[in-house]
Structures are given as structure tokens and as C-alpha cells.
Design a protein around this ligand. Structure first.
Ligand SMILES: C[S@@+](CC[C@H](N)C(=O)[O-])C[C@H]1O[C@@H](n2cnc3c(N)ncnc32)[C@H](O)[C@@H]1O
Length: 297
């Protein structure tokens, strides 16, 4: 049995210590952190082929389908990754513009690679907090807003950080979609690990363990059981280095945590504050990890 699956059988309160011991006992080298490499042989490539992500993309394609058949459309994507959402989704005759906001230099070329000839990519090389967004038919923001620490600017200030938090970014997204018809597709994990939880707090450690191991790694174990060769090697590296190791972020200084997720109730409260209406919400996977919100105002 895979050691991570055995860990999932332990009583909840014993899992963090067992995980820490396990982390130090395995050697699965990879120089790739989350969101640092996007090419065809990268771990990110394998990640975007997992069942978790395939299901998330299917849900986002269903939401965006009415927009991509309009001629011409304009969609803004916040955090482009490797463009997997668009690959094989846009019809060859599609006409429009995809504006990709992402500070990572490789991302824009990766996304452009999978677009049909009638769809122009406009790159914005910036973090969403610093970007000026054009008016669009839809904004898609998948697994990216958790990189913005703090529910709002005030919470950030309280922890010595400047600039906008999630609320201010949501308002910026809402102001950029076309009145009446425009909408936002947002996907985030259902887990609370934002600034209010201090480094070293056992609740924070349990929250990270809950999302990265009890749900994300659990889902990956099922994919791993069916994988072979290079695919299995990459999934195993993701499982150790991007899931198990991630729990150690509970001990990193707040500004280095990198993931600042909210659970569903807190997202719903934040959408209300941003005057966004949730027209639909649902988990896109069987593990209750990633929630998709469709937002209008
Ligand atoms: C986990 S990936 C998600 C990629 C893609 N949306 C998907 O669902 O496959 C996060 C992406 O957000 C980008 N990113 C991180 N912080 C960001 C920020 N503050 N503003 C915009 N993009 C950001 C990363 O470079 C990366 O491409």
C-alpha cells in the first residue's frame, strides 16, 4: 500500500506527526515548485491531466461555452497556467480575444500555443492586483485568487502587508465584466488557511493537511494506481512535493505561505461584500476539494 494511503487510515489527530515523519523518510527529487514550470514534460503538465483538474476544466468549459460561440468574444483569464482549459475546447472557427493576466513569463506563450487562429492572445504580464482589466464577456479565475493574501486590504494591513486583498480584487473583476450579461467563473479549494491563522497553529496545519493530503493526495492516489511509467513518476512527485510537503507551509512566515485559501462560507460572505450574486456553485470533484462559483452582479 502507498504510505500516504496508509496515513489516511490513521485517526485524524495522529496524521500530522505521521506525515512529518514520512516527509523526511522519502526522497523524490524535483526542482519544480508549484507554478514554476509549464512545458510538456513538467509536473504542471501531469497535474493538469489528473482527474481533479480534468473535472474542473470540464465544469469551466460548460460555463464558458455560451460565450466562446459569440463572435467576437473577449474573455479575461486570471492565472493562465499551461492553457489546458482552452486546449481542444475552442472550436476551430472561434473568433475573439483571450486576455491572460499572469506574472510568470512562460505562461502567455503556453496559452497562445493552444488557441485556434481566430483567437488572439493579449498578454498582461502582471499580478491581477496590479493589472488594468479591459471590459469582457467573462472572467475566469481558476485556482489563482488564493495567491492573494488576506480577505481584504484591512486584514493585510493588520499583518503588515500593503495593497489589495481578495475583496478588492473581486470588486476589480466585477467592474470589468459587461453589465448584465457578463459573469465570473471562480474556482478555489474549500479550506481556510488565510492570514488570521498564525504560523505554527495546529488548526492551520490541519487545514493544509485536509486539503493537500486528505482530499488532493487522496484523489491523486486513485490516478496513480492506474498510471504507469513516466506518468506514474510525475504523479508520485506531485503527491510528495506538491501535496505532502505543502503541509510544512503551516510553519512558514505568513508572507511566505503562498496559499491563502477561504472555505465556502467565507467565500460566500466575501461575494456578498463585493455585491456579487452567486448564480451557481458546486464541487467539481468527488472529494469536495475544488468549488466552482459562477458570479454575476
Ligand atoms: C495553480 S495555477 C492555475 C492555472 C490555471 N488557471 C488552471 O486552473 O490550470 C496559478 C496560476 O496563477 C498565476 N498567478 C499566481 N499569482 C498570481 C497573481 N497574483 N495574479 C495573476 N496570476 C497569478 C501563476 O503564475 C499560475 O499560472
Amino acid at each position: 500500500m502507498h504510505p500516504v494511503r496508509a496515513l489516511l487510515d490513521l485517526p485524524r489527530r495522529r496524521q500530522a506527526a505521521a506525515l512529518s515523519a514520512l516527509r523526511h523518510s522519502v526522497d523524490v527529487p524535483t526542482g519544480e515548485g508549484w507554478n514554476t514550470r509549464f512545458g510538456p514534460t513538467s509536473l504542471f503538465d501531469a497535474w493538469t491531466r489528473t482527474t481533479l483538474m480534468t473535472q474542473l476544466y470540464a465544469a469551466n468549459r460548460a460555463a464558458l461555452a455560451p460565450v466562446v460561440t459569440r463572435r467576437p468574444f473577449r474573455i479575461v483569464e486570471i492565472g493562465g497556467g499551461n492553457g489546458r482549459l482552452w486546449e481542444g475546447f475552442l472550436p476551430p472557427e472561434a473568433e475573439g480575444e483571450l486576455v491572460v493576466v499572469d506574472p510568470m513569463p512562460d505562461v502567455h506563450a503556453e496559452v497562445a500555443r493552444v488557441l485556434p487562429p481566430g483567437v488572439r492572445l493579449t498578454p498582461i504580464h502582471a499580478r491581477v492586483e496590479d493589472a488594468h482589466l479591459p471590459v469582457s464577456d467573462a472572467v475566469v479565475c481558476s485556482l489563482t485568487l488564493h495567491h492573494v493574501a488576506g480577505a481584504d486590504a484591512l486584514e493585510r494591513e493588520h499583518h503588515g502587508l500593503v495593497g489589495p486583498g481578495k475583496l478588492e480584487v473581486l470588486r476589480q473583476l466585477a467592474a470589468s465584466v459587461r453589465p448584465r450579461q457578463g459573469f465570473i467563473v471562480l474556482n478555489e479549494a474549500d479550506v481556510y488557511c488565510d492570514l488570521a491563522l498564525a504560523p505554527g497553529d495546529p488548526v492551520l496545519e490541519d487545514q493544509l493537511l485536509d486539503s493537500y493530503v486528505r482530499r488532493c493526495a487522496h484523489a491523486l492516489l486513485d490516478d496513480l494506481a492506474a498510471a504507469e511509467g513516466e506518468e506514474a513518476r510525475r504523479l508520485d512527485a506531485i503527491l510528495w512535493r506538491w501535496c505532502v510537503d505543502q503541509v510544512a507551509l503551516a510553519h512558514a512566515p505568513r508572507e511566505q505561505r503562498d496559499v491563502y485559501e477561504l472555505d465556502v462560507s467565507r467565500w460566500l460572505a466575501l461575494f456578498r461584500r463585493a455585491e456579487l450574486r452567486v448564480t451557481e456553485r458546486r464541487f467539481t470533484d468527488d472529494f469536495g476539494l475544488f468549488c466552482q462559483y459562477l458570479l454575476a452582479f
